[in-house]
Design a protein around this ligand. Structure first.
Ligand SMILES: Nc1ncnc2c1ncn2[C@@H]1O[C@H](COP(=O)(O)OP(=O)(O)OP(=O)(O)O)[C@@H](O)[C@H]1O
Length: 354
């Protein structure tokens, strides 16, 4: 059920011209500066841009091609906006019922499943005014899921929430991603959301696609790594295999090696995503008497220029994982390191996105 799409559209001085193939499941993040066309692209997929010229198919189902332009209400889409826009005079339950009555794809089962995935059973009798911003957005997401969509579109769903509310809602988005095997297109500017949720990243600029690749490949693209908040980094996903209660550390198995993290109430078997900034990894030839808890064996596979002439960006592979490391060129020369060298990666600190 691969998603294939391509659209051309002019709006004043803005021109959208994209061609994409996206994975059949998981979250594909649309990332790029304000005004690069992310919302316009979502609107094309939803059939809301009447002037758009293009094609869209999901598996064998065609919604747009030169001969077809399916009406928006016939597309099995769930659309989540920045603001959930619930009817204030209706209870949460009536808001949800209102949505499914108007959909040809929704069912009682899809509604019940949506309520359970978003954990909003206890809110059903409330009026929207009684909900926090995070709860209201959970209802907004449930309303989209209840429509039994073949694709979910998220347009900056957390942008209007404060950091605490964002933290509260992210686990539900992860749950949606785990439980639904449908593609999701997710617009965001926020680096933590990309690091935590993205499986695939589409970088856009001025109406065009700059790159479209898995999160890992986008971050470790030698010629132009994706920068989250302006930083080159590595994101790894692994399972917790050990807990050191005494030192409050949890161990993530990476390939056949170990990465120790501050224990954030993790349990053995939990799947954890971590982000390591390129400036938080050091290189060494041999293990010294250092304070680093994490020393991983790797091989240098590429060396590129950093932003400053003193810097180099080293790509080092440990098993299937590629680590991006920022070092000074002088350090590389002093250690006599080049492409093909075996090195030790000394990881200083890690942000956990579990
Ligand atoms: N009706 C319109 N007429 C002319 N230009 C428009 C119109 N609607 C949108 N645009 C322009 O189209 C471009 C793309 O807008 P769009 O909202 O898709 O960008 P975006 O990447 O989603 O931005 P943001 O992250 O700020 O939401 C912008 O430059 C915008 O100014």
């Amino acid at each position: 059920m691969i998603v294939k799409l391509g659209y051309k559209l002019s709006k004043g001085r803005f021109n959208l011209n994209v061609e994409l193939e996206l994975p059949e499941t998981g979250i594909s993040v649309l990332y790029g500066h304000s005004g690069c066309g992310k919302t316009t692209l979502l609107r094309c997929v939803a059939g809301l841009e009447k002037e758009a010229d293009g094609h869209f198919s999901i598996g064998n189902e065609v919604w747009d091609n030169p001969k077809t332009k399916l009406k928006p209400h016939k597309r099995a889409i769930g659309y989540v906006f920045q603001e959930p826009s619930l009817f204030s005079h209706l209870s949460v339950k009536d808001n949800l019922d209102y949505g499914i009555k108007r959909s040809i794809h929704a069912s009682k089962e899809s509604l019940n499943e949506a309520i359970s995935v978003l954990g909003i059973e206890h809110l059903l009798d409330q009026k929207p005014e009684a909900l926090s911003g995070g709860e209201a957005q959970r209802v907004g997401i449930a309303r989209a899921l209840a429509l039994n969509p073949k694709i979910l579109l998220f347009d900056e769903p957390l942008a209007s929430l404060d950091d605490n509310r964002k933290r509260e809602i992210l686990p539900y988005l992860k749950r949606v991603k785990r439980q639904l095997s449908i593609p999701m297109l997710y617009v965001t500017h926020a680096a933590p959301e990309v690091a935590m949720l993205a499986d695939h990243v589409v970088v856009m600029n001025e109406g065009r696609v700059v790159s479209s690749d898995s999160l890992a490949a986008s971050l470790s693209n030698e010629s132009s790594p994706l920068k989250l908040n302006g930083e080159i980094s590595t994101v790894l996903t692994g399972q917790v295999t050990e807990i050191d209660k005494h030192w409050h550390l949890a161990c993530l198995s990476i390939y056949d090696q170990k990465l120790w993290l501050p224990d954030a109430k993790l349990s053995i078997g939990d799947e954890v995503r971590v982000q390591i900034l390129s400036k938080d990894i050091g290189l060494a030839n041999s293990a010294g008497d250092a304070s680093f808890q994490n020393v991983l064996k790797a091989e240098i596979v590429a060396i590129n220029e950093g932003e400053h002439p003193s810097q180099a960006i080293v790509k080092a592979a440990a098993g299937e994982h590629a680590f991006m490391v920022m070092v000074t060129k002088r350090a590389l020369a002093n250690l006599a390191l080049g492409v093909g060298s075996q090195v030790l990666l000394q990881v200083k600190s890690v942000a956990i996105h579990s």
